[in-house]
Structure formats: structure tokens, C-alpha cells
Design a protein around this ligand. Structure first.
Ligand SMILES: O=c1ccn([C@@H]2O[C@H](COP(=O)(O)OP(=O)(O)O[C@H]3O[C@H](CO)[C@@H](O)[C@H](O)[C@H]3O)[C@@H](O)[C@H]2O)c(=O)[nH]1
Ligand SMILES: [Mn+2]
Length: 649
């Protein structure tokens, strides 16, 4: 039993597969000279007793805990880590009130030095950044103080499957948003593709713990896998160094006394039977990455749990496979997709039940039975009865005391009736009952609504707008044919001079375009012209759209202009105007709406079929024509004295 308020390093073991990791971790901390005790949390349903015996040799406390499974593990598969279905079990750490403080360390970590100073941190929760998303912490190493408040909160999240990655890291990061971030050197996660070599070299000597995240662990890859010089290989080398110091056969006296075979069995390449080159198997979840097709070793692997190996030495280890729970997938080392079946194992399905059926040799012909059983009579679907509606029980006081809803008409409301006078029956006048009359509704119901805006009657705003409009109208020429704008705008039609901001211009105030193109009739899908019905009459004095060819009109305009100019120039001294072609690409362009027409009134001399004469261009622009007016830019005047008054108030 732990002393009250003790400090421990703790790890978690959910199955035998991680046993080498848990043991190497404990030894690495001890070898590094920690003064703290070591604890391991185990789920007893999936961790074998052999395994627990091994743990007991090096851990001070082996703490059985309840498995906490993620019942909605979809997010786990986003990481391809379905094997982490039970890592919520880590939450049990917060329940271990016998400990003052726990430095939790994943079983796939190795200590290069003992980080005992973490027990002295003042913050209640600390962790190191995660390499995949450095704002988050990696839940492989956490400094925490057990307490039931956090335990129940975390448990509630776990039971609801609240975790963005489906595992404990996603859950814990959602709970501890403001964690105390400690140095990355406490949880260095070198991957096979680690890139930042200069940083690794620079900080390497300060590393306290290395963490082999991901599906591949040193004990599933085998010692041969990390012989290179990468940061990963260097860290894996540190793991193997601890392993060899405590578990390598050659470093121990005799396998019968010192070598825990269960450890070798779960460490890739370490389990050898006397006289046989059979290496230990790989847990199923790892076999994807660890099996190398074509390797002789691979072909020699026994299936986990296979008890029928022929050559069994005295020191052999037969793993005691813990009963798989509903969530634990079955163990099998042989990956049929990667390798042929192990040659020295029993055939697959050797213990299937065998039933042999013979062909019938009875020569008597088949005779139908006299009677077949009656089909069931009551095979219909019983429609469930509609549940009768029951008013839900009231919750709030106003639901209980609510008055009955009533309708009150205006005629009904009597203003403070005087007390009823005494009535003598003989005095009662005969009253002829009248039919109740309907209230007269105004013809235009909208009349009853206010038709102005709240700001329409504020004198300051009216005055300000009035001034603005006065100034603007005085300076704008609206369009040719309108003369000066202001008289026109202040409406001959007797429209009141409106100051409302929300007013729209009247038809007269609105400038109209010189040409209003009417929509062109297009043939319908069936080829005929569409129904005449509903068409608007053509505007008077406006050329019809079919006659309006913009290219032709532009040409005409250019020619008129050049005529005027050449007249003027000939007056000035008779200079030749050089002709210029149309801009590149616009030659021969015909408006898609243009339908060639025969000239009706001789206004245009081109006969159909002839090309339009090359225009000569010499004016300042198409819109320039002497004596014509065109819209000028609105330039508001600076504010008048009056306006300044308004603005200043
Ligand atoms: O089959 C298993 C799987 C996990 N564990 C334990 O659970 C821990 C977490 O699993 P691990 O394989 O180490 O996960 P990582 O690859 O390190 O992945 C990351 O994501 C996990 C899920 O969020 C976190 O638990 C880790 O701390 C984090 O580093 C292990 O260390 C073990 O202690 C087992 O005992 N058996
Ligand atoms: Mn880990």
C-alpha cells in the first residue's frame, strides 16, 4: 500500500503486447537513478498473470484498473489506430488518490535521465507539446495531481466519446485547454522522417525521455530495424540498450533462471527455441509494418497461442492468452496477406468440427408425406396503438396559474359601469333585439398605417437635405433635351418639392435614354414566330432594334465627325486628314441582334451585300459632337453657409 501522498511515475498496460515497453521504461528510470516509486496500471482482463508477475519484479505498485472503452471509436480510425480503443483507461490515474502527484509516462517511452524535478512543479497539470500539432500537448507524458473532480469530469467526457481523435490525447486536450507547457525534452517524439536535425543535435544532450509514437515500437520492429544514424535510430538504440542490459539472453546467465521468456516472446526477433530459429511473433496490429516479405524469419513465425509446435524445448514459453473481451480483437501473428502459412504450425482450421455426409443409397422412391404442417394463422403485423396524448405536467408556476384565454371585443369593454339601478319590472321598456353590426373597415386598409418615416419630420434633416438638393440641382445638367435641370426637376406636374430621403424620382425627373431598345422577337423552339399577344407597341420616333446596328452607327458617327472636322480644317488651310482603320479585331463585327435591312429612305447609301466603307477617324471620341450635350460629372459644391450651420449643429 502506498503511503499517503506519495509521488510515483506511472504507466499503463492494456495487454501483453506492450510488456517489453513497460519493463524497459521502468528499468530505464531505475537505471537513471530516480528516487521515486514506480506504478503500473493494468487491465486484468487482458493482461496475463505471467505478464503481471514480470511487472511485479520491477514496479512498486501493480494497480488493477477498470477498462474504459471508447464506445464511439470512429475518430480513432481517422488516425488508423483502432488498437487504441481502450486508452481512455488512462483516466483512472486521476482516481488514484493514494498518490500526491503522478508523472504519467506511456509504456512506449524510455528515460535517458530521470526527470524527478517534474514532481516539484507548482502547476497542477503539465505536459509537453505534441509534434503533430504543437499547440496541443502529447498525452504520453503528463504531470498531474489525482483528484475526484477532474476524474469524474474526464470520465463523463469519455463515456460520451468526447475526443477529437477518439483517444485520450484528444479528450485530455479538450479538457486541459490551459495546460502548463513543459519542455519538449521531456517527451521527444522522433519519427522515422524527423527533419529538424540541427535542433536535434543541439538539444540532444538535454533529452530526458524519448517516446516512440505511432504503430511501430522498438520491440515490434526488432533491433535490426534501427541500425542507422537518424534521430529515431539513436533513440531506439537507447531503448535497445536498456532492453539488452536486462533481458538479452547472452547478458544473462541461463535462460532457465534469468530470462523472462514472456518478454522475449513479445519482442520482435528475440524469442528462440532451442534448436529452432523461431522468433517471437508480432502483435496483430503491428504485423502490417513489421513483416518483411521474403524473410525466412517471417515464414518461421508461429501463430500466437499456437500450442502444437512439435519441437518444444524445456525453456519454451507458451503464452497464456487472456480471454479476449468484446472489444479486443483476436490475436494472430500470421498475416495471410503478407506471408504463406507458418510451415511448422498446424494447418489453419485444424480443430474445426468435422461432419461427414454420405450420399443416400436408399432405393425407395420419395413419397410425399400425407400432411404438411399448417402454416401459422396469426401472421400479420399488429399496428401499434396510437398513444393517447397526455398533457405534460406543468413545470413553472405560471403554467398552473395561467388564466383561461378569452377574446374581448372593443364594444364589449364598458368603461366603469355605474352600479346597476334597482329595476322595477313594470318599468322595463320593451327592447327589440338588433342584429350586431360589423365594424366598417376603411376601403384602403393601408391608410390606417403611418406612411412616413420617423426622420421625415425632423426639421434639421429636412433643412439639410433641402440645401443639398438645391446645390446639386443647380449644378447638374441632366440630359440633352431637358434644359437646365432644376426647373424640370421641380416638376411642372405639380409634384410637391419633396425633401424625403426615401422618395423616388418621378417619371419626369428620371432621365431617359435616347434609344429604348425593344426586346427582339426570337423564334420559338418549334421555329414559328411567337404569339403576338402581350407585345408592347413600338416607341414612336425610336429606331426599331432590328435596324439598330451599333457598328454601323459608330461608323456613321465617326464619319459625321470627320466631315465636320475636315470642313473646319479646310477653312483653316486645307490639310488632309489621314484615314485610320478600326481598332484591331473590330473589323467586320456585326451585332448579334443586327438583321441587315434594305435602305428605306436613302438615309444610308450602302446597298446590301457591299461592305461598309472604311471609316476615317479624327475626333476626340465617339461621344464628342459639337453642339450636343452629354452628361457631365456631378461635382458637388463645397457646403454653403447654411449647410455649414446644419453640419455644425
Ligand atoms: O495495445 C495497447 C495500446 C496502448 N497501450 C497503452 O496505451 C498507451 C498509448 O498508446 P501508444 O501506442 O503509446 O500511443 P501513441 O502511438 O504514443 O499515440 C499518441 O496518441 C495516443 C492516443 O491519444 C496517446 O495515448 C499517446 O500518448 C500519444 O502519444 C501505450 O503507451 C500503452 O501504455 C497498451 O498498453 N496496449
Ligand atoms: Mn505512446
Amino acid at each position: 500500500m502506498a503511503e499517503q501522498g506519495e509521488d510515483v511515475y506511472a504507466t499503463l498496460l492494456l495487454n501483453d503486447n506492450y510488456l517489453p515497453g513497460a519493463l524497459v521504461l521502468a528499468h530505464s528510470l531505475r537505471d537513471a537513478g530516480t528516487t521515486k516509486k514506480l506504478a503500473v496500471l493494468v487491465t486484468t482482463d487482458t493482461v496475463s498473470s505471467d505478464c503481471m508477475a514480470e511487472l511485479q519484479k520491477v514496479y512498486d505498485f501493480v494497480v488493477p484498473v477498470d477498462r474504459i472503452v471508447n464506445q464511439t471509436p470512429a475518430n480513432l480510425f481517422l488516425m488508423d489506430r483502432g488498437d487504441l480503443h481502450s486508452v481512455f483507461t488512462k483516466i483512472n490515474l486521476w482516481k488514484l488518490l493514494q498518490f500526491r502527484r503522478i508523472v504519467y509516462v506511456d509504456a512506449d517511452m524510455v528515460a535517458l535521465r530521470a526527470p524527478d524535478e517534474l514532481f516539484a512543479l507548482s502547476q497542477p497539470f503539465s505536459a509537453a507539446p505534441d509534434i503533430g500539432w504543437p499547440d496541443l500537448f502529447n498525452s504520453g507524458l503528463m504531470v498531474l495531481n489525482p483528484n475526484m473532480g477532474d476524474y469524474y469530469a474526464l470520465l463523463a467526457m469519455a463515456q460520451r466519446g468526447i475526443s477529437f481523435d477518439g483517444a485520450d490525447q484528444g479528450l485530455l486536450n479538450m479538457y486541459y485547454k490551459d495546460y502548463n507547457r513543459i519542455s519538449f525534452t521531456y517527451n521527444v517524439t522522433p519519427s522515422a522522417h524527423y527533419q529538424y536535425l540541427p535542433a536535434f543535435k543541439h538539444f540532444q544532450s538535454g533529452i530526458s525521455m524519448a517516446h516512440f509514437i505511432g504503430t511501430d515500437k522498438p520491440w515490434t520492429m526488432g533491433r535490426e530495424a534501427s541500425k542507422g544514424g537518424s534521430p529515431y535510430d539513436e533513440m531506439a538504440g537507447r531503448w535497445w540498450a536498456v532492453y539488452d542490459r536486462h533481458f538479452r539472453e547472452s547478458s544473462l546467465e541461463s535462460s532457465a533462471t534469468g530470462v523472462p521468456l514472456i518478454v522475449q516472446y513479445h519482442t520482435m526477433g528475440e524469442y528462440r527455441l532451442p534448436g529452432l530459429t523461431i522468433s517471437s511473433p508480432v502483435p496483430e496490429s503491428r504485423s502490417k509494418t513489421t513483416s518483411r516479405p521474403g524473410s525466412a524469419e517471417q515464414a518461421n513465425k508461429p501463430a500466437m497461442g499456437d500450442t502444437s509446435l512439435e519441437a518444444r524445448g524445456s525453456g519454451e514459453y507458451t503464452p497464456e492468452v487472456a480471454e479476449p473481451t468484446g472489444t479486443e480483437s483476436s490475436y494472430s501473428a500470421w498475416d495471410a496477406s503478407k506471408a504463406p502459412p507458418p510451415s511448422n504450425s498446424q494447418p489453419e482450421a485444424a480443430n474445426f468440427p468435422q461432419t461427414h455426409y454420405d450420399m443416400s443409397s436408399d432405393p425407395t422412391p420419395f413419397k410425399a408425406p400425407d400432411k404438411y404442417p399448417e402454416p401459422p394463422k396469426n401472421m400479420w403485423y399488429e399496428v401499434p396503438k396510437t398513444p393517447t396524448y397526455q398533457k405534460p405536467a406543468p413545470i413553472f408556476p405560471w403554467e398552473i396559474n395561467a388564466p383561461k384565454p378569452t377574446r374581448v371585443f372593443q364594444e364589449d369593454t364598458v368603461v366603469s359601469e355605474p352600479p346597476a339601478p334597482e329595476i322595477h319590472p313594470e318599468e322595463i321598456p320593451t327592447v327589440t333585439p338588433t342584429t350586431p353590426t360589423l365594424r366598417i373597415v376603411p376601403a384602403d386598409p393601408w391608410q390606417t398605417f403611418s406612411q412616413s418615416n420617423a426622420w421625415d419630420n425632423i426639421p434639421e434633416i429636412e433643412r439639410y437635405i433641402g440645401n443639398l438638393q438645391k446645390n446639386r440641382k443647380g449644378n447638374i445638367q441632366v440630359l440633352q433635351g431637358y434644359g437646365t435641370g432644376i426647373e424640370q426637376v421641380s416638376s411642372p406636374g405639380g409634384r410637391r418639392q419633396s425633401l424625403k430621403l426615401t422618395d423616388f424620382p418621378t417619371e419626369l425627373e428620371r432621365p431617359s435614354l435616347p434609344v429604348t431598345p425593344a426586346p427582339i422577337r426570337r423564334p420559338s423552339f418549334w421555329g414559328e414566330e411567337r404569339d403576338e399577344e402581350g407585345e408592347l407597341p413600338a416607341a414612336e420616333g425610336v429606331p426599331s432594334q432590328s435596324e439598330w446596328d451599333p457598328t454601323k452607327q459608330l461608323d456613321l458617327l465617326a464619319r459625321r465627325q470627320s466631315d465636320v472636322l475636315s470642313q473646319k480644317l479646310s477653312l483653316d488651310g486645307g490639310r488632309e486628314i489621314p484615314s485610320r482603320s478600326l481598332p484591331y479585331g473590330s473589323e467586320g463585327v456585326i451585332s448579334p441582334t443586327y438583321v441587315p435591312q434594305l435602305p428605306k429612305d436613302g438615309g444610308f447609301s450602302n446597298s446590301p451585300g457591299t461592305t461598309i466603307e472604311q471609316p476615317s477617324y479624327g475626333g476626340p471620341g465617339a461621344s464628342f459632337e459639337k453642339g450636343e450635350t452629354f452628361p457631365v460629372q456631378e461635382t458637388p459644391l463645397p457646403p454653403s453657409e447654411e449647410e455649414k450651420d446644419v453640419l455644425e449643429t
